[in-house]
Design a protein around this ligand. Structure first.
Ligand SMILES: *Cc1c(COP(=O)(O)O)cnc(C)c1O
Length: 365
């Protein structure tokens, strides 16, 4: 019989590039589509696990399988990165203390500040790259340590392993926003983190066309609680967005590899340009921040002088974008006024450099 001749899918541990391409597929059976299709359904025939569109969707599940396998845990998809962030912050007890970076993604910090203002929690902001200071701050009072690494947009790197050990000693949970590194460059659960948060809007989806978030954990109890919160709060993704993210992740390893190679080269050349006072690049990933010698005005001007690089917020797409972060009122003042964040894409690095260096030269004209 034809069915009997189909080999089973491999069950051994596959390497990340192979996982990115093959995970989240339908069963390997005759006439099944190769990839999971978009399922538009608000309800299902009763009696199963899904029942209703807010409780589950086969296309979300495909996304969750790919990301879960890449991070080494179980994933849950959310409508955006910030929806996932809000579910995590919702877990901490009334009045609990959250330790968080003093410079990180403004949306996460704004949520913490908003909750603090309304008396829901307390926060202590610290330099997340100063490991000794973070470890010292991990006392019994702390309920949750919020790590972002590398941070947006200062690109500070946290010692996740040491911080996790200290936090757990104090009885606190640790969450790591892994948006910038992606699971290909950093797997926080392996380093001891309880929870990983993603803005899948960025590298995972990777084409600047979808908003999506995710949480990943290895702890089954925590997973159940998070799933309950998603069911209850309703911050669920659209099926098209989940499908776009799976489609995006099929090439995640290729995009990250190319964008990182471009970023490494551009960071080196930017360090030699006289208009640049400081390059912030942690040596991996594809975000490079520069602080311009001529200050905030020059930083405002630079994105208007490039042709190939698009002046736009967000990051992690195949296309190169840039912006002065402090143009946003909500950006923490721990970020330099003269900082321009570059999201390096997968174009030819020489074209990117020609455009960028010409724009930088033009600042002093
Ligand atoms: C963009 C971003 C978020 C928020 O994700 P959205 O999908 O825009 O809601 C969270 N963390 C980091 C590091 C980000 O860059």
């Amino acid at each position: 019989m034809a069915d009997d001749s189909l080999p089973d899918a491999p069950t051994t541990d596959l390497r990340p590039s192979t996982v990115a391409v093959t995970s989240g597929r339908p069963p390997h059976e005759v006439d099944q589509p190769l990839n999971t299709p978009i399922t538009m359904a608000s309800t299902y025939v009763a009696g199963g696990d899904r029942e209703y569109g807010r409780y589950g969707n086969p296309t979300w599940q495909a996304f969750e399988e790919v990301l879960g396998e890449l991070e080494g845990g179980r994933a849950l998809a959310f409508s955006s990165g910030l929806a996932a962030v809000s579910v995590v912050l919702d877990l901490v007890g009334q009045g609990a203390l959250v330790l968080a970076p003093d410079a990180a993604y403004q949306g996460s910090l704004s949520q913490i500040a908003d909750l603090e203002m309304r008396g829901r929690l307390r926060s202590k902001l610290i330099d997340i790259a100063d490991t000794d200071a973070v470890v010292a701050a991990c006392d019994e009072d702390v309920a949750l340590v919020w790590i972002e690494s590398p941070t947006n947009p200062n690109l500070d790197v946290a010692d996740i392993e040491r911080i996790c050990a200290a936090a757990h000693e104090a009885g606190a949970y640790v969450v790591v926003d892994n948006t910038f590194a992606t699971p290909l460059l950093q797997r926080p659960l392996d380093l001891g983190a309880d929870l990983v948060v993603h803005s899948a809007t960025k590298y995972l989806a990777g084409h600047s066309d979808a908003l999506l978030g995710a949480l990943v954990t290895r702890d089954d109890e925590l997973f159940t609680v998070l799933k309950q919160r998603r069911d209850l709060l309703g911050a669920v993704p659209g099926t098209l967005e989940a499908w776009l993210a799976v489609r995006g992740m099929r090439t995640l390893h290729l995009r990250v590899e190319r964008a990182q190679a471009n970023a490494t080269e551009l960071a080196r050349r930017l360090g030699e340009h006289s208009a640049v006072e400081r390059v912030r690049y942690p040596g991996f990933g594809a975000i490079v921040s520069v602080e311009l010698a001529a200050g905030a005005l020059a930083a405002d001007l630079l994105p208007r002088k490039t042709r190939l690089w698009v002046h736009a917020t967000s990051l992690g797409g195949v296309e190169s974008t840039l912006e002065r972060r402090r143009r946003w009122k909500s950006e923490p003042t721990t970020v330099s006024d003269a900082l321009v964040r570059l999201s390096v894409g997968v174009e030819d690095v020489e074209d990117l450099w020609e455009d960028l260096s010409r724009a930088l030269d033009g600042l002093t004209d």
